[in-house]
Design a protein around this ligand. Structure first.
Ligand SMILES: *Cc1c(COP(=O)(O)O)cnc(C)c1O
Length: 234
């Protein structure tokens, strides 16, 4: 079995190669190590290998790890799971990014509950890009209104869009899904220039990060290929 450090090395090389092949600037794509279900010791290994950004889906599990790793400086926590609106206070206090905002109510609460002294919370709007019934995320058609309202919230920095396209679709369709998200970001940037940096596309996971980078991803969220296969959900 390869070590977490080895895995980070090979994922980093994949990212570099895909970035180069896409003719994009070196360093323009960041690795978010998705550490859901992983014990804090695994994260320590990743941190020792130089990884600083971790994505977590479940709030209580994340808070436990944040606490366990509080001795380490400069770790950035990204929340990437579904958000219940009664959990926003803890999310606003413990994370530097939230990739999975999909409605105004949650954005308003995160802004109200973020301490101004911490600096703005970076957020992405999650888009249900393949309009799957089972998936979180807003529709593409909701984006203009959401962006103009969220752009006014003082303690949020609207960084961009996130999506989890249906991984079972043919590669050409998957690519098209990434391209659609990139196109949506470009439109928003043109139409709502004051709403926030709008410089981020959070898309691509272990199986499709190359495709996502070819279409403009700036954060790839990688779990399995960093930490190994997750145990099946019971
Ligand atoms: C689990 C998860 C990932 C990582 O998926 P892998 O296929 O293990 O790389 C990425 N994004 C989100 C939102 C996830 O929940």
């Amino acid at each position: 079995m390869s070590s977490i450090a080895d895995n980070i090395g090979s994922v980093t090389r994949r990212i570099q190669k895909a970035t180069l092949q896409a003719g994009r600037e070196p360093g323009s794509v960041h690795l978010l190590a998705v550490s859901k279900t992983r014990p804090a010791e695994d994260l320590r290994e990743a941190i020792a290998a130089g990884q600083t950004a971790f994505g977590e889906n479940y709030l209580q599990e994340a808070l436990d790890k944040i606490d366990a790793l509080a001795d380490l400086p400069d770790i950035h926590w990204h929340f990437i799971g579904p958000i219940q609106s009664n959990k926003t206070r803890q999310i606003a206090a413990a994370f530097s990014w939230v990739h999975s905002v999909d409605r105004l109510k949650v954005a308003r609460r995160l802004s109200e509950q973020r301490a101004a002294t911490m600096g703005p919370l970076n957020i992405c709007l999650q888009v249900n890009i393949n309009e799957e019934d089972s998936k979180a995320g807003c529709g593409l058609e909701e984006l203009p209104d959401l962006v103009s309202e969220i752009g006014e919230l003082p303690n949020l920095s609207l960084r961009g869009l996130m999506a989890i396209p249906d991984p079972d679709q043919p590669e050409a369709d998957l690519r098209l899904s990434f391209r659609k998200l990139a196109g949506a970001l470009k439109d928003l940037k043109a139409r709502h220039p004051g709403a926030g940096p709008l410089d981020t596309l959070s898309m691509g996971m272990s199986g499709d990060l190359e495709l996502a980078i070819a279409e403009g991803a700036t954060w790839v969220r990688v779990g399995t290929d960093v930490f190994g296969a997750r145990p099946a959900k019971s």
